[in-house]
Every structure is written in C-alpha cells, then in structure tokens.
Design a protein around this ligand. Sequence first.
Ligand code: THU
Length: 137
Amino acid sequence: MANLDALFQAAKGAMEKARATYSQFPVGAALLTQEGDIFAGANIEVISYPEGWCAETTALSHYVMAGGGKITDICVIAEKKDLCTPCGGCRQRLAEFAPPDAKLHLCTMDGIAETTSVGALLPLGFEAEVLSNKSQN
Ligand code: THU
C-alpha cells in the first residue's frame, strides 16, 4: 500500500537523523493520519541521560504542532533491532493520541515485518476517565 510504504520510508528517514550519541541505538517512528499526513521523528539524546527522549515522542510532537488528526498507522524502526517495540512510556504517549485499533507496524531495515495495535501494546492502561471519577475514592 502506497501510504504504508511512505510511512515506512518516513520512519527510516527519521532514524537517519537520530541523535543517539550515547546509546548508539538510532530509532525512527512515523505516524500516519486518516487524512494521509505523516509525522516522523527520531530519538534525541543529551548528556544528562534521563533528559533525552524517544523517536515516538518526537513524532508525536510534530503531530501535535501540526494540529493532529486521527492516527491510523504507526511505524517504528531501529537499525540494530528488528521489530523494535515502543518503550513503556511511549506506549502511554501513543495511547493518548492514537485509538486502540491504530495499527503499529514493527519493521526491519527492509520494511514492515509485523503488525500489532496500540491497544494490544497497552492492556489495562491508565486512561483519562479515571480523572473524572475522583469522587469514588
Ligand atoms: N528508544 C526509542 O527511541 N524508542 C523506543 O521505543 C525504545 C527506545 C531510544 C531511547 C534511547 O535513545 C535509545 O533508544 C536506547 O534506549
């Protein structure tokens, strides 16, 4: 599918821009919306290690700044790890902006190799509704 091809290429292109200075583990991520827009990002590391952030987070930043949209597909790629899956924090961030049925495509350097979903990666996640039920506690 043309859009998924473009999504994979965007994730791979973003990975080339990673600033993985300390881990030497470049990651790329790209988000596709229903409207056909693609937002990509790479991990960016800084010398104070916990202050760096993941590829998915960079991609989400571009997505939010551009005004958002319904996310239908996500690609994640890491040149040193086939089928690299999002870390726990990024699963939470992705679940904030993408519906549970948004497809998450895990990649090799050659393309999409396995597909799962945002919901499958974060079962029993912390969801916004809990904040409107404070009186129950
Ligand atoms: N990393 C990501 O960018 N996304 C993930 O989902 C997994 C981990 C980055 C963070 C860090 O810059 C490097 O990979 C090594 O952990």
